[in-house]
Design a protein around this ligand. Structure first.
Ligand code: AGP
Length: 595
């Protein structure tokens, strides 16, 4: 999820150590490449490469860099492979402007062609370079820097922020559109960064930047302007008093809660990326013509595969076989041939069970694609093509934002395969925001009541069945209670005997499955059990359930995505109430690289 940092000082001075430390403090965001640039009079000193911060710093002696202005960037590859040329910062055509970005410029491919056709020197495939050229074009036409950034705003589609400066000047400029940006106000310097951890060792006086704002940084002052009309914006600085640990958690008590709240934004980013990704058609063309199609993963990623298979059937009329990775080997590998295709799904891209299945499938000639969060992971290097989940680092062991972006990606693919307009999916981020905000207080209030029980069930049907499994997995993982996820209709075939007075059963109800879910609810409540239902506003649910947690209206597939959000929150609040650390549950590891 890339990170940028820029600093302007009063006079030329050693900047290398400051840039290295700022980069180190952004590493939590995830990265594959590191770069730094300093500007001294008419000279730009640019050093960058693939690797860890300390490796690149040592290899290129970043510590010796001096200047009056400096920029560092950590890159997490999305456009262009991890390589030295794609690492950031980037220069403009004649090397007198330098800049770096964070985020995704989704029309990067088209922009690169435009820039080349206009005679600009494009050196990389990286969209950060497009930000620099987008500004360069207007500077070349005589615009002031702020004016050039305003004009470039209309050209650069997507969610991003960038910082840029030029030789023989004393300022850096930046803009925010979707990705984070904070200004730090110091004594004899000012700085700007994607996030606070790189700023706080230097100063605790900050100004938060909002979307659509252009920043000019001098060593002794900053100016914010609106990208819309260029007018100056006045904002009082604030002083940060929290500890660094609290700051890294973005003010949330745990990474899990932070990552739950990040879900709408990362959904927005992955939707933007998918809309412009050439990989989407490549994957779908192959799936369209394949004999059999398999979606394969483990744990949470397997639940996304299950949901993906439901969406492909319902939205595109395409049958897909979802299979948990280790079972794929004995059950399906013997039947595979080159006419088959599959998507291997993994947050880490390193899960051994998934890589074993992938290797076995490739040996049989199956076309294998990947869906992964960690770029540069084994999965992304060994598949015929892959799609990034665009979530940045997911620190908490329980997967949340990577799961919902797996779901969003499968929804997008199913819409596209079914010939539907993916524009309909643009409302997802707002629906997610609304859901999280509206359900959180009710879920927090229910959590202590459910916590009285150590055996639970979580039931769903159709597209909410995978969400019930996922809700149950989250509960098991971080509360240490037993929770079984199952198809709601299966409950009466045995588990119903567990119901006693007050026994809680969770339901995820899709809008088209309400009558069936109501039957399941009554089987529980007529035996004294408590039916807690997540679903859209519906008088039938209200009349029959013990508690209704209402999610906003949407179609059944999007509703299934929204239904998992209260279940994530419930597991979180229950875990915390039990005194557990939801981020690091006992016995578990984020990445399982063993059989
Ligand atoms: C999810 O909360 C779990 N941590 C776990 O089930 C995880 O999804 C599974 O181990 C697969 O990991 P992956 O997505 O990195 O392959």
């Amino acid at each position: 999820m890339c990170g940028i940092f820029g600093i302007v000082t009063e006079r030329e001075q050693p900047l290398g150590p400051i840039l290295i430390e700022a980069a180190r403090r952004l590493t939590y965001r995830g990265y594959d490449s590191v770069g730094a640039a300093t500007i001294r009079g008419s000279t730009v000193d640019l050093r960058k490469d693939v690797g860890r911060v300390d490796e690149v710093a040592a290899r290129y002696n970043l510590a010796e860099m001096t200047g009056q202005r400096g920029i560092t960037q950590l890159r997490w590859a999305t456009f262009g492979e991890p390589s030295q040329v794609n690492a950031q910062p980037h220069l403009d055509s004649d090397g007198d402007i330098v800049g770096a970005h964070n985020g995704n410029v989704v029309n990067n491919v088209e922009l690169r062609q435009l820039f080349m056709s206009e005679g600009l020197t494009v050196r990389s495939h990286n969209d950060g370079e497009s930000c620099v050229h987008a500004v360069e074009r207007y500077v070349n036409r005589g615009c002031s820097f702020v004016e050039a950034i305003r004009k470039a705003y209309d050209d650069l589609q997507g969610d991003y922020s960038y910082v840029v400066g030029r030789i023989d000047d004393d300022r850096l400029f930046a803009i925010k559109k979707g990705s984070g940006l904070v200004i730090g106000l110091g004594q004899g310097f000012n700085c700007i960064s994607s996030d606070l951890p790189s700023i706080l060792p230097l100063t605790r006086k900050i100004v938060r930047v909002l979307d659509g704002e252009i920043i000019t940084l001098w060593a002794d002052r900053v100016e914010l302007r609106s990208v819309v009309d260029g007018s100056v914006i006045h904002r009082e600085p604030e002083t940060i008093t929290e500890t660094m640990d609290a700051v890294q958690k973005g003010g949330y008590p745990h990474f899990m809660l932070k990552e739950i709240h990040e879900q709408p934004q990362v959904a927005r980013e992955v939707l933007h990326l998918l809309a412009s990704s050439p990989e989407v058609d490549k994957v779908l063309d192959r799936i369209r013509e394949a004999r059999n199609v398999y979606f394969t993963g483990c744990g949470t990623s397997y639940h996304a595969c299950l949901a993906g298979a439901v969406y492909f059937a319902q939205l595109a009329g395409k049958a897909v076989i979802p299979v948990v990775a280790p079972q794929f080997v004995p059950q399906y590998v013997p039947t595979l041939n080159a006419q088959d295709a599959g998507i291997f799904v993994s947050q880490s891209g390193e899960t051994k069970d998934v890589l074993n299945a992938l290797n076995a499938a490739e040996t049989k000639g199956m076309t294998c694609f990947g869906l992964a969060n960690v770029i540069g992971s084994t999965l992304t290097k060994t598949t015929a093509g892959w799609l990034p989940l665009c979530c940045g680092y997911e620190i908490s062991v329980p997967a949340t934002k990577t799961f919902t972006n797996q779901i969003v990606t499968f929804l997008f693919l199913a819409y596209r395969l079914g010939g539907r307009s993916t524009k309909e999916l643009d409302s997802i981020p707002e629906l997610m925001e609304h859901t999280i905000a509206s359900v959180a207080p009710q879920v927090e209030a229910i959590a202590p009541q459910v916590n009285a029980w150590n055996d639970l069930y979580c039931l769903g049907y159709g597209s909410t069945y995978p969400m019930a499994l996922e809700g149950a997995l989250k509960l098991k993982e971080i509360t240490y209670a037993h929770c079984e996820g199952m198809l709601s209709t299966e409950f009466k075939h045995g588990p119903l005997s567990a119901v006693s007075k007050g026994f809680p059963v969770l339901f995820a109800a899709g809008p088209e499955d309400v009558p069936l879910i109501v039957s399941g609810i009554n089987e529980v409540t007529c035996r004294g059990g408590r039916a807690i239902v997540v679903g859209q506003e519906d008088s039938r649910l209200r009349a029959n359930a013990s508690d209704v947690i209402v999610i906003p209206g949407s179609n059944p597939q999007v509703a299934s995505l929204l239904a998992v959000l209260p279940l994530q929150l419930l597991s979180y609040y229950m875990s915390v109430a039990r005194g557990n650390d939801p981020d690091f549950p006992r016995n578990l590891s984020k990445t399982l690289t063993v059989d």
